[in-house]
Design a protein around this ligand. Structure first.
Ligand code: C5J
Length: 223
C-alpha cells in the first residue's frame, strides 16, 4: 500500500505494520479526570476519538496488528523515578488519589483506555512507565517477533508521549507514520509544531498524513 503523506508518500505492507495507539486513557480524555483537574480543556482531546475509532475499525477489519499503550505505574510506584514524581509543584502527583482513582497507577479507573477504543482480545496492551512506548516495556522485542517494520501512530498527547514514542521507534529502525487528525495536545500550537518537526528535513523522524487516505487504502476493494 502507498498513501499520500508528507514529506513524500508512505509505503507499507499490512502484514509488517502495526497500529500504535498512545495513551487514549480516561484520565487524559474524559471530563472529570486528571487532565481536566489540571485545568486542561479535554474537549480538544476527545474531539479526535471518532477519527481514531474509524481507523481502529478499518485496521481491525483489514487484519492488522494493534498495540495500545497506557502511561501506568505499579501501585507501589517502584517504577516511578523520583525525578518524575517530584518534579515541580503540581496539585496532584503520580500515585495521589485523583478524581478517577490514583493518578497514573495501573488498574485504576482513570488509567483505563476509553471504552470507545477499548482493546480487543489478542491486541497488545503495553503499560509504560515512561513517556515513550519502548522504554522498559519489551515492545521492541514483541514487534520484532511479529516481523513488524512499519508503525502507524495515533493518540495523545502529540508533543509528549506520541512524539517520544515515534522518536524511540525511529531510532530502532521502524518507518513511522503519524495520523494528523488522530492525535492531539492540550496546546494546539504544540501539536502543530510537533507534526511539522517530525516530518521536516526529509522525514527525519517519519511521515505525517490525514487518516482519510489510510482509510481509502484499507477499504476492501469494490466488486
Ligand atoms: C502523555 C503526558 N500521554 N502528557 N502523557 O502524553 O504526560
Amino acid at each position: 500500500m502507498n498513501i499520500p503523506a508528507q514529506p513524500f508518500p508512505y509505503a507499507f505492507d499490512l502484514a509488517h505494520s502495526a497500529l500504535v495507539i498512545i495513551d487514549m486513557q480516561r484520565d487524559f480524555i474524559e471530563p472529570g479526570g486528571f487532565g481536566e483537574s489540571l485545568g486542561n480543556n479535554v474537549a480538544l482531546l476527545s474531539a479526535i476519538v471518532p477519527a481514531c475509532q474509524a481507523v481502529l475499525q478499518a485496521w481491525r477489519d483489514a487484519g492488522g496488528l494493534v498495540v495500545h499503550t497506557r502511561e501506568a505505574h505499579a501501585a507501589d510506584l517502584s517504577d516511578c523515578p523520583p525525578a518524575k514524581r517530584l518534579r515541580g509543584n503540581p496539585e496532584l502527583r503520580i500515585g495521589d488519589e485523583g478524581p478517577m482513582g490514583r493518578i497514573l497507577v495501573a488498574g485504576e479507573p482513570g488509567n483505563q483506555i476509553i471504552p470507545e477504543l477499548a482493546p480487543q482480545p489478542g491486541e497488545i496492551v503495553i503499560d509504560k512507565p515512561g513517556k515513550g512506548a519502548f522504554y522498559a516495556t519489551g515492545l521492541h522485542e514483541t514487534l520484532q517477533q511479529a516481523g513488524i517494520s512499519h508503525l502507524v501512530f495515533m493518540g495523545v498527547t502529540t508533543e509528549v508521549c506520541v512524539q517520544t514514542s515515534m522518536r524511540e521507534a525511529n531510532d530502532r529502525g521502524y518507518d513511522c507514520l503519524l495520523l494528523e487528525d488522530c492525535t492531539e495536545s492540550y496546546f494546539p500550537h504544540f501539536k502543530a509544531v510537533t507534526v511539522e518537526m517530525l516530518r521536516a528535513q526529509g522525514g527525519i523522524i517519519g511521515w505525517t498524513a490525514p487518516s482519510a487516505p489510510l482509510l481509502d487504502a484499507l477499504a476492501p476493494p469494490r466488486r
